[in-house]
Design a protein around this ligand. Structure first.
Ligand code: XUL
Ligand code: CO
Length: 428
């Protein structure tokens, strides 16, 4: 029965029905929140989060066409719509069974004609958000500020906005705060002083760290790499560029990375690349779990449905012991042709099942130990003798020369890539 103020009528709490047939797309067949794998509940490995901007603010417009998605919550004044949207969002989280959400300041509350008015709008909407969080137990995975839409492109405005963003992160108990500037880059090198901009960006982050400490905000700071779009070149190009930047400016103790695979593929890497690289440096904080179309040159923010990709991601997450306090945030939008409200559920359920299956695959891969054992064996010569001294950083080039002279020409050892690939395929 539809209750008053209900937006997703006819849809009740999404059940786990592992034996449902392929036609039934409104249930989970893989994701069983309470099931324990490797000593942890599935919901704690996966920490799913719904993003506000695509799912509740998206209207299907693109540079070539206007609105196709007409949502029932977009009614009344901008503030009335914002309130309806927040109520619809919490109904969606509850029915889907997701415990986290993410938002930009300007998707939760409309921009006013001054900073003060925008801040007042945000105060009112975050009061309602706090109430809905308390009623439902749904929490903020991360907050971010939309620093890319305002027409003035003034650095001080961005600073003022981030100050307020950090205040609301504290108010709502956000577990993380994301920085994805969008405009931190350039369109033409001719009018750009790259060294000055990088220094200003680092100093901006230092201001954010100082304000966070001043207000006693306990959340993880994350930078989200993206190589381009809207800028021609963005300074936070990919995981390794951001890690280098953070280390260069002494910020690496204060930030980790929020990796979005669609951005990774835009940077010319394979889907899992930045997840693996960030994790290798202890810098993987959270994931904007989406996918692109690698044959396209722009950010399509599609729902991640490919279980090979999700298996590779979950393998890296298991290897680093989980993603907490980060999570898997669906920075993904339904296509402009997917016009039914139900499509929002179908998309999230499909992606959650793809990740749950990826988790199950990665758990089997870990428990069997076959592939991890083969990798260990491949590096075993670094566990003793000269190899061990390379590992420890005490070997010299002279040692290497002496080793070769003593042991003669090296024997060829196969890298066995096809064997690894063929074994991996048996887990997906
Ligand atoms: C843009 C993008 C953003 C960030 C938050 O490509 O991914 O939505 O995740 O600003
Ligand atoms: Co993102």
């Amino acid at each position: 029965m539809a209750t008053e103020g209900e937006y997703f009528k006819g849809i009740s709490k999404i059940p786990y029905l592992p034996s449902a047939g392929p036609h039934d797309v409104m249930c989970f067949k893989q994701y069983n929140a309470e099931e324990v794998l490797l000593g942890r509940k599935m919901e704690d490995w996966l920490r799913f989060s719904v993003c506000y901007w695509h799912t509740f603010c998206g209207i299907g417009a693109d540079p070539f066409g206007s609105q196709t998605l007409h949502r029932p919550w977009n009614q009344g004044t901008p503030m009335e719509s914002a309130r309806n949207r927040l109520n619809a969002a919490f109904e969606f989280f509850n029915k889907l069974g997701v415990k986290y959400y993410t938002f930009h300041d300007r998707d939760m509350a409309p921009e006013g004609s001054t900073l003060e008015e925008s801040n007042r709008n945000l105060d009112q909407l975050t009061d309602l958000a706090l109430q809905l969080q308390a009623q439902t137990g749904v929490q903020v995975l991360w907050v971010t500020c939309n620093l890319f839409a305002h027409p003035s492109h003034v650095l001080a405005y961005a600073g003022a906005q981030v100050k307020k963003g950090l205040d609301i992160a504290k108010k709502l108990g956000a577990e993380n705060f994301v920085f994805w500037g969008g405009r931190e880059g350039f369109y033409s090198i001719l009018n750009t002083d790259v060294a000055a901009e990088l220094k200003h960006m680092a100093n901006f982050f230092k201001m954010a760290v100082r304000y966070k400490e001043k207000i006693g905000l306990k959340c993880q700071f994350l930078i989200e790499p993206k190589p381009k779009e809207p800028c021609k070149h963005q300074y936070d190009y990919d995981a390794m560029s951001v890690i280098g930047f953070l280390k260069h400016y002494g910020l690496d103790d204060h930030f980790k990375l929020n990796i979005e695979p669609n951005h990774t593929t835009l940077a010319g890497h394979s889907y899992e690349h930045d997840i693996v690289m960030a994790s290798a440096f202890g810098m993987l904080g959270s994931v904007d779990s989406n996918t692109g179309s690698p044959d396209l040159g722009w950010d399509t923010d599609q729902f991640p449905m490919d279980t090979k990709n999700t298996t590779l991601v979950m393998k890296a997450i298991i290897e680093q012991g989980g993603l907490q306090p980060g999570g898997l945030n669906f920075d993904a939008k339904v296509r402009r042709e997917s016009t039914d409200l139900e499509d929002l559920f179908i998309a999230h359920i499909g992606a959650m099942d793809a990740f749950a299956r990826g988790l199950r695959n990665a758990v089997r891969l870990t428990e069997d130990g076959l592939l991890p054992g083969m990798v260990k064996e491949r590096y075993s010569s670094f566990a003793q003798g000269l190899g061990q001294r390379v590992e420890e950083g005490t070997a010299t080039l002279e040692d290497m020369e002496a080793y070769i002279k003593q042991n003669g020409e090296p024997k060829v050892t196969s890298g066995k890539q096809e064997k690894y690939e063929s074994i991996f395929n048996q887990y997906i």
